[in-house]
Design a protein around this ligand. Structure first.
Ligand code: ADP
Ligand code: MG
Ligand code: ZN
Length: 494
């Protein structure tokens, strides 16, 4: 026996394994022809198959199989030539058949790994155990105040999912978070899942245990459910690791259970025991053939895989010679990367384009909470604006004003001209670069400020800024700074 005083000294480390459910963005469900769509009239997207009516038979959706194959291949896993669907039996109101069709001992995918980085650290790797195909259940709609009944919406019933199960390779809540961000990014690049957690398109259960540092054997784990954001997963894990560690230090034992994360209270609480007792009595699904995938099919899916984030970032570095950090930001999503490439195709200065997109453009997108696709100002307009700056028509500072006006016009009235040229013209913002016009102004400023000119010539060089300021004031900020600098230096004799 170890006394409490001794156990207190032991350092514990967490071990985490994640189970992620990703809804595949197929047009129809996995075993019937019902359309998949979020937010429709409850129970309007159902048929005898997904309602589980007697005698209805499932037919496998080929697109769902291909999407699963894409993900397996993208993470370097093995697509199994032979896999089997199985019935997972349990009773729940949102599961009309009384079982879920899933895969058990013969999943479609085995192995693979996800590479991630915590902040800007070295790349780390989490191995995957398996990726399997299954159908989703419906949704219970719990009563709001004043209602007495729980209702059920079966629109989601039979929607295609993949479950991605990791090895217990993640060693902190921050690693779990980084893993999830990467996983979602890959799914989105592959266009197999929207990754929208709010709509439940991506869901994560987190298994966690702690063990004394140095011990190889894993501790008893608990499973956290009900987190609705990646940050929520991180918080739930932090909470649970502290709870387990404190319990072990106090001489207690961990019970292997499922816990529900309560985001409002920031605590994980045990589920009611009935919901927890799993005895799924898995057996092979008798209404479906085993799934056979030929190597030709696998190779054709592999050949069609899109460029993944890392490859894209590498290409951006070599093709456009932008900074590594910028390449990372710009390849964050496929649509942002495409947008950058569209701008660069029209405006041949990738570094300036990269800077501008990361600052003004992304800032505005964030403020308006819009995606690249939803944002009405397109690559043509952004490239046009950058060209106005590079040709000296407007200053970099004015470009911000022009962009703000373009955005405001585009957002409020799409009929109005929101092109950069149109806005510059309407606001009268064209930069004065005309030498002879500027020379007149410079001469005027010099003759009006004799004492300053004297002081400057006697060595008070700081006054240069004063002259620039006067010219700017005279031109309402529209003078080309390079030209003014040159003219002033010529005339002030320096
Ligand atoms: P089940 O089928 O009961 O969910 P699995 O063995 O398939 O159990 O594991 C599910 C998840 O739990 C996996 O992601 C795995 O990495 C993780 N896991 C298993 N044991 C532990 C443990 N002791 N600590 C942390 N995670 C674990
Ligand atoms: Mg599991
Ligand atoms: Zn159906």
């Amino acid at each position: 026996m170890v006394s409490p005083a001794q156990t207190k000294e032991i350092a514990y480390e967490p071990v985490i394994g994640l189970e992620v459910h990703a809804q595949l963005q197929t047009e129809s469900k996995i075993f019937c022809g019902c359309r998949v769509s979020y937010g429709e009239e409850p129970n309007s997207l159902t048929c005898p198959v997904c309602l589980g009516l007697p005698g209805a038979l499932p037919i496998l959706n080929k697109q769902a199989v291909e999407y699963a194959m894409r993900m397996i291949l993208a993470v370097g896993g093995q697509v199994n030539g032979h896999s089997v669907f199985a019935r997972k039996n349990y009773f729940y109101p949102d599961l009309p058949k009384g079982y879920q069709i899933s895969q058990f001992d013969k999943p479609i995918g085995t192995g693979g790994a996800i590479q991630y980085r915590v902040d800007k650290g070295e790349p780390q790797c989490c191995r995957l155990i398996r990726i399997h195909l299954e159908e989703d259940a419906g949704k219970s709609i719990h009563p709001e105040s004043g209602e007495s009944r729980t209702r059920v919406d079966l629109n989601r019933c039979g929607t295609a999912l993949i479950e991605i199960v990791s090895e217990p390779d993640l060693l902190s809540p921050q690693e779990a978070y980084a893993y999830l961000v990467k996983l979602k990014q890959i799914l989105q690049y592959l266009e197999v899942c929207t990754g929208d957690m709010e709509k439940g398109h991506l869901r994560c259960d987190a298994n966690v245990s702690v063990r004394p540092v140095g011990q190889k054997e894993l501790g008893t784990r608990t499973e956290l459910k009900n987190m609705n954001s990646f940050k929520g997963v991180e918080r739930a894990l932090t909470f649970e690791i502290e709870r387990q560690t404190a319990l072990l230090r106090a001489g207690g034992e961990i019970e292997q259970t499922s816990l529900m994360w309560d985001e409002k209270k920031q605590v994980a609480e045990p589920m009611r025991s009935k919901e927890e007792s799993h005895d799924y009595r898995y057996f092979p699904e008798p209404d479906l053939l085993d799934l056979t995938i030929t190597s030709e099919w696998i190779e054709s899916v592999r050949a069609e895989l899109p460029e993944l984030p890392e490859e894209k970032a590498e290409r951006f570095l070599s093709d456009y010679r932008i900074r590594e950090y910028d390449a990372g930001v710009l390849t964050d999503s496929r649509e942002l990367a495409d947008f950058f490439e569209q701008v660069v195709a029209l405006f041949d200065d990738p570094r300036t384009a990269a800077n501008w997109i990361q600052t003004e453009y992304l800032k505005t997108l964030n403020e308006l909470k819009l995606s690249v696709a939803e944002f009405p100002v397109r690559a043509v307009q952004v490239a046009g604006l950058l060209k106005l700056v590079s040709s000296g028509k407007i200053s970099g500072k004015m470009a911000k004003t022009v962009f703000a006006e373009m955005v405001s016009r585009a957002m409020s009235d799409q009929q109005r001209d929101f092109s950069p040229e149109g806005v510059v013209r309407d606001l009268g913002l064209e930069q004065v670069s005309d030498e002879s016009a500027l020379a007149l102004i410079v001469d005027k400023i010099i003759s009006e400020n004799e004492s300053q000119v004297q002081a400057y010539r006697n060595g008070k060089e700081k006054l240069f800024g004063f002259f620039v300021g006067q010219v700017m004031k005279e031109t309402k900020g529209q003078a080309n700074p390079e030209v003014i600098n040159r003219l002033l230096k010529e005339r002030l004799g320096n």
